[in-house]
Structure formats: C-alpha cells, structure tokens
Write a protein that binds this ligand. Structure first.
Ligand code: C2O
Ligand code: CU
Length: 648
C-alpha cells in the first residue's frame, strides 16, 4: 500500500460523514446477497412487533414494579436494534445470536408464567398469562424459526426469484402487523386495577354504601341462616356449594321477617351472595366491588334485610359470577305471604340450574324431580331459571302438562286476575321466575317439561322433568308445537302508579349490541349497552323519589338478553311501543328478544349504587353491565385486579 493510499484512507476515516459512508459500504459488502429478502423482512417485522408490544406494556409495569418497566423498555430497544441488524447487517453470527437470545426471552417468559422469577413483586410466584404476552411470545417464536432458516443460508434465488420472494412475504406481511396491532391494542387497554363505580368526591358530602343497612330488628320474627360455601364432590363431579348441596338450601321466610344470613367462605376463592330480586338495603346486595369486598377464603359476611316483598327469589354468588354460578353457588329463597291462604296450598320451589362441571341442566340437583301431591290438592310451583343458557342463548320454555293452571306471578310479583291456561311454553330466561298454581287432576300426576337447552349435536343432555303427584306417565309431547305465553296480554288490567304516571324524571335508552374491541387486556368480542362496555358505561344518575324510564332496544337477530336490575322492580310499560293489554307486570329481569324494544320504568326508592346488567353471565362479564347511581351515595369498594373484586 502506497503512502498516498494510506493518507487517503486515514483522511477518510477522519471525516465523520465519510466514515459513516464507509461503514455502510463495508456493511453492504458483508451483506450476503443470497439470503432471501422475504425471510429477512419477516424476521424484522416479527421482531419489531414483539418490541412494540413490550413498549406498550412498559408504562403499566413501570407504575406497578419499576424493574419490570425498565426491563421491558430495554427488551424493546434490544429488539428494535436486532430488527435493524437483520436487514442491515445480516450475518452468520447474527443468526446464531438472534435465535439464541430470542429463545432465552421466551424461556424467561415461560419461567415467569410457571414457577416465577426471583426478581419480581412476589419472587418465585407465577404470573397470570395475558393476551399481549401470548402474542409477543408467538411473534418471537416464529422469528426464532425464521432466524434458524436464515442461518441455513438458503441458495441464491433463481429466475423469477424476486417475484417469488415477494409472494412468499405476503403471509408474514399480513400476519406480523395484525398480531402486533392486537397485542399492542390489548396491552394499551389493560384490566382496571381499581375501578370505583361511585367514588367519594372530596368536598362533597356523601353517604357510603356501607351505611345503607337494614334498621335494627324491631320484631321477634328474626330468621337466622348460615350458608357455608365450600368445595364438595357431587356425583363424582367437583362442585362449589352452599352447605354441601347444589342448589344450596331453600331459604323460606315470611313476608315482614327480619332475615340474617351469615356467609362463611371455605372456598379457595373469594365469593359473595346476591339476593336476586329482593329489594335489600344496598350494603346487603352482595355485589363484590360495589357494595362490599368479596369475602376472602376463610372470611365471613353477614347479610341482613327485611323480607318486604312476598315472592319467589333466588340467591347466587356475585363475585366472578360467570364462573362461580355454574359451579353451583345458587339457591332458592321464598318469601311466603303473610296470610292464612298459604296453608291450603302445597308450595314447592324448583330451581333449574347448571349441573356443576357439565353443560347439563338439573332441577333441585336432579334430572328427574318428584314432588308429592294428591288429586284435588292446590299446588303452587315456583320455577326459577338459574341455568346458564345453551348455545343459542335462548330462554328455557317450561311447559306444565296434565292440568290447567294460572301464571300467578312473574319474578315473584303477583299478576292481577290471571286466567286459566292450557299448556303454554313460558319463556323464562336466566334469572327469571314464574309461579304456576293448579289443582291436581284426578288422573294423579302433572309434569313440567320443556327444560331443554340447545347444545352441541354430539352432546345429548336429556331434558330434566319434574313430576308432581303419582299417576300414569304422560305420552311425550312435542314442546315446539305448543303456543307461547305472552305476558303483555295476560291477566286483567289494573291501576298501577308507575305505569300510569305518564311522566318520568329520568329516561335512558339502552341499545343492546356488541362487537370487537380491546378490553381488560385482551382483544375480544364485547357485549355493549349503547356501544359501551363496562366499566366505562356512564351510570344512570337518579335522586330518591324520581321515576326512571328505560327503553331497552335489541336490534340483534340472535340472542335474547335478560336485563336485570338490582334493588328495584321494573314496571313493564310497553313491548315494541305497544302498552300492556293485561295485568300490570312487575319484574326484576326483563327479557328483550331479537328485534324487540321494551319500555320499563321504576321508582327510585332505594338509595345506593345498583347494578343493571344482562343476566347471560358471559354478556355481563364482557361488557353488558352498568350501575344506577343515587346522588349523594359513594362506595369505598373498587373492582379490578388490585381489589380482587370481579362482580361479573
Ligand atoms: Cu342474579 Cu346481578 O344478578
Ligand atoms: Cu345478554
């Protein structure tokens, strides 16, 4: 090498611009042209995608545990550098280091999700698997494969190599950005750590829900119960049960009784009890994260209320209800009227529920229930649907065969002047109740059929049957051919203060819907009230004494939504704009079928923070849940990961 050349060379190094140009030149020279650009670009996209997800989760981690936040920012930066290196300086060495490093990151993730890692908020404690981290790991996993293929140095593409290479890239060019979008979107809308449905506002006076309790007993009629929730085995299947049975014990009280129920939690998870349909004081409503903290394993909680309304009600967990109800945490509670007439009637409650650990449905814990009655006896059959609906999410349609009957009450509230009916299918969605009254026929037996749900074709759960009395078996009936009961034109009209009011202080339209959205750290199908999903649906704000009207619109083609209100009772005003033609109907759960609009109203006479939600548990959990907030009431409880309260 001549002196001039040396001088020229060193001069070039001295200039910064020149040195960058030179660096690039050398890099280009080292870039091996026989690597497939499709592979290089897809490895880059996959790595960038994982980096983007790591950046997206970093802010939450920074707030929660700084070391994690810093780790994820560092990891994201390293992956950006790796992505750049893949396209700019691909080399054998890079494709040795890249898969090894990426595999190490995947290994660390696996470790943290199984046995835990030593540096963590709780060392050696496995963390929950989230949607964004699954997507990031998927991207990394595929990138490892691409790195290894690059390491194998595919031969120089021949002929229409460029077109072939471009075509080969299409799947990855579609997949990597889509996965990145889903992972980042989910990471940016995490599960709330602590969401308060009605926060205390400093400077404003408010009453806490914990103070909204029943007055002290001024009657000697105190009914005391203990419900112990625990894990048991029923018929070889694991169940979560109150007092060891599914359903839990039937609680029977008389109107006006002062009821005290002590919940003892022996489950491995937190739980609560909600008194579905009973207008309890707000502090006793049992909604984890709104009216109480979920009762921790080993804990107890005492519910106290006066049974003001006679009727058929039921109780169930309102913590992680979507999982705890099907496991068996359900039971009937009957409030008998405070008069003598009841002694002349055989009174049975039948709770239809999901068999724990299966999709089958049962009645009072069996698939064929027998109840005693003799010809001539008057029977009141209180039917509650506490079963998770089948595939079509349709209501059950119980049919009473063998005797004419009246529908005496819906959701525990008596109907006015009910007429006698022949067999009719009574649409009964989850949460709803119907009381039938009939006289036992001379033939001896009456049956309740039609308790079948739609399931997968390969499952054939038999329909449970309730037989009342003894007599010849009925020939089987084709339930589908039986007419359907219509509550809008049944019974006799009567005056009704809420229906006749004509003027409502508060009105809200709720359009039932759903769609794809990012929610609770996942990319999911959500179920919505007017396009919004919980917990971000603005509450219905009311003042005590106001009349509130809701118009619930179901524009959908498929599912029927049983919309349930806590602490109040709806008066049904109209269906599809047509006012009721029969008895006034008072209900806590209104079934809004496809293409139906229901107008309902209620009097705001029970201060508190009250839930309003779809009783299809899956729908409530994926967004169809909101609250009715009374002015001047706040709650100290929160929902979300930090509190552990998950009402739905
Ligand atoms: Cu039966 Cu909020 O529930
Ligand atoms: Cu629903």
């Amino acid at each position: 090498m001549s002196a001039v050349q040396i001088a020229h060379h060193s001069g070039n190094v001295a200039s910064p611009v020149g040195s960058v140009v030179d660096l690039f030149r050398r890099l280009r020279a080292r870039r091996e042209i026989d690597r497939s650009p499709a592979l290089l670009n897809s490895a880059m996209l996959l790595t960038l995608g994982a980096a983007a997800i790591h950046f997206a989760v970093a802010p939450d981690h920074l707030a929660e545990y700084t070391i994690y936040g810093v780790f994820f920012i560092g990891l994201g930066l390293a992956q950006v550098a790796l992505a750049a290196a893949v396209v700019l300086v691909p080399s054998q060495r890079l494709f040795t280091l890249a898969p090894a490093g990426t595999a190490a990151v995947i290994g660390l993730w696996l470790l943290s999700r199984t046995v835990g890692v030593p540096i963590a908020p709780i060392p050696w404690h496995p963390e929950a698997v989230g949607f964004p981290d699954v997507v990031a790991t998927l991207l990394e996993g595929i990138s490892v494969i691409q790195f290894l293929r690059l390491f194998r140095r595919p031969r120089r593409p021949r002929g229409r190599g460029r077109i072939r290479a471009a075509l080969k890239m299409i799947p990855m060019v579609l997949f990597a950005p889509l996965a990145t979008y889903l992972g980042v979107g989910a990471a940016l809308s995490p599960m709330p750590v602590a969401y308060n449905a009605a926060p205390f506002v400093p400077g404003q006076t408010s009453t806490s829900v914990v103070n909204l309790v029943a007055p002290p007993p001024r009657t000697e009629r105190v009914k005391d119960f203990t419900l112990t929730a625990s894990v048991t085995t029923i018929g070889g299947r694991q169940a979560w049960a109150f007092n060891g049975t599914v359903p839990g014990p039937e609680l029977r009280v008389t109107q006006g009784d002062w009821v005290r129920v002590t919940l003892v939690n022996h489950l491995p998870a937190a739980t609560s009890i909600h008194w579905h349909g009973i207008r309890v004081p707000n502090a006793d409503d049992g909604v984890a994260g709104i009216t109480q903290d979920a009762v921790a394993p080993g804990g107890i909680f005492v519910y106290e209320f006066i049974a003001n309304d006679a009727g058929t009600f039921w109780y169930h967990s309102h913590q992680d209800a979507m999982n705890e109800i099907p496991k068996g945490l359900v039971g009937s509670i009957v409030v008998e009227p405070n008069d003598a007439a009841k002694s002349r009637v055989l009174d049975y409650s039948v709770l239809v529920h999901t068999q724990p650990g299966s999709d089958a449905i049962e009645v009072n814990g069996t698939s064929s229930l027998h109840l005693d009655a003799a010809p001539g006896d008057r029977v009141r059959l209180r039917i509650t649907n506490g079963a998770v609906p089948g595939l079509d999410l349709a209501p059950l349609t119980p049919v009473l065969m063998g005797a004419p009957y009246v529908v005496a009450a819906l959701d525990g509230h008596d109907l006015n002047g009910p007429q006698e009916l022949g067999p009719e299918r009574i649409p009964l969605a989850m949460g709803q109740r119907a009381d039938l009254i009939f006289t036992m026929p001379a033939a001896g037996s009456v049956r309740l059929v039609g308790l079948k749900e739609t399931t997968f074709p390969w499952e054939s759960p038999s329909s449970p049957v309730v037989t009342i009395g003894d007599g010849p078996a009925l020939t089987s009936v084709n339930v589908a051919s039986i007419p359907s009961f219509d509550l809008t034109r049944y019974g006799t009209p009567a005056l009704d203060p809420v229906a006749d009011a004509g003027h409502y202080d508060v009105a809200r339209e709720i359009v039932l819907g759903g769609g794809f959205a990012f929610r609770n750290g996942s990319a999911d199908l959500t179920d919505t009230f007017s396009g919004m999903a919980s917990p971000s649906i603005p509450p219905i704000r009311v003042r005590e004494g106001q009349l509130v009207r809701l118009r619930i619109v179901n524009p959908g083609d498929h599912s029927a939504h049983p919309i349930h209100i806590h602490g109040h009772v709806f008066t049904v005003l109209a269906k599809n704009g047509r006012p009721l033609a029969g008895s006034p109907v008072h209900t806590d759960t209104v079934l809004v079928g496809p293409h139906e609009t229901w107008d309902v109203a209620f009097k705001a006479d029970n201060p508190g923070i009250w839930m309003l939600h779809c009783h299809i548990l899956m729908h409530a959990a994926s967004g169809m849940s909101m609250t009715i907030n009374y002015d001047g009431i706040s709650t100290p409880f929160t929902m979300g990961t930090r509190s552990g309260n998950v009402p739905e």
